[in-house]
Ligand binder design. Sequence first.
Ligand SMILES: Cc1cc2nc3c(=O)[nH]c(=O)nc-3n(C[C@H](O)[C@H](O)[C@H](O)COP(=O)(O)O)c2cc1C
Length: 184
Amino acid sequence: MKITMIAGSNQRAATSTRLAEYIKHLATLEGHQVTLIDLYQTPLPFYSPDDANAGHEALEKLKEAMLEAEGIVLATPEYHSGISGVLKNALDHLGQDHFNNKVVLSVSSAGGAIAVSSLTQMQTIVRNLHGINCPDWLSIGGDQRKNFQTGVTYQDIHPDVEKRVRRVVGSFLDLAKQLTVKLR
Ligand SMILES: Cc1cc2nc3c(=O)[nH]c(=O)nc-3n(C[C@H](O)[C@H](O)[C@H](O)COP(=O)(O)O)c2cc1C
């Protein structure tokens, strides 16, 4: 399957982005074709209804990868009980064409214990875009974020965290596969 991931942090060493990279690693091992768009590496212009930004290279790549996607992963840091500005801006550039009937996994990193607010906000946006929210979501909070700091290898991720990530990614991929077979 083609999976498109958006890492919605504007920070070089973001734990949410590192977690997204680990999810990409797991899905690639399963034979999926994964495109990870890191909004820190490839910044997008501010969305404006007055200006379509036609021809903007990063934006065109994002739209193409989202159109082709059979499953989507959105990752964000939790900022002020919501998603990051850069992720919201990226989503404002997109529409139902990119999300319709596709399974979406929401992923977030928070300073607090659980990133419920940003995950809930992402799922609300996904519903509006006619995507299908994966029943599972992934949150790393507090000390769990240490597993995704720079320099920590995948082998050093705490077994409990690794087990949870693998279980959630597995159920996301299963659901996306089932829907892809039925609808496309
Ligand atoms: C502007 C800002 C707002 C934040 N708001 C929250 C918040 O509302 N709740 C929370 O648990 N953590 C909050 N944090 C902490 C971040 O969620 C935490 O550092 C997280 O790990 C960032 O993810 P990242 O490593 O992917 O950048 C905030 C951090 C910043 C910089």
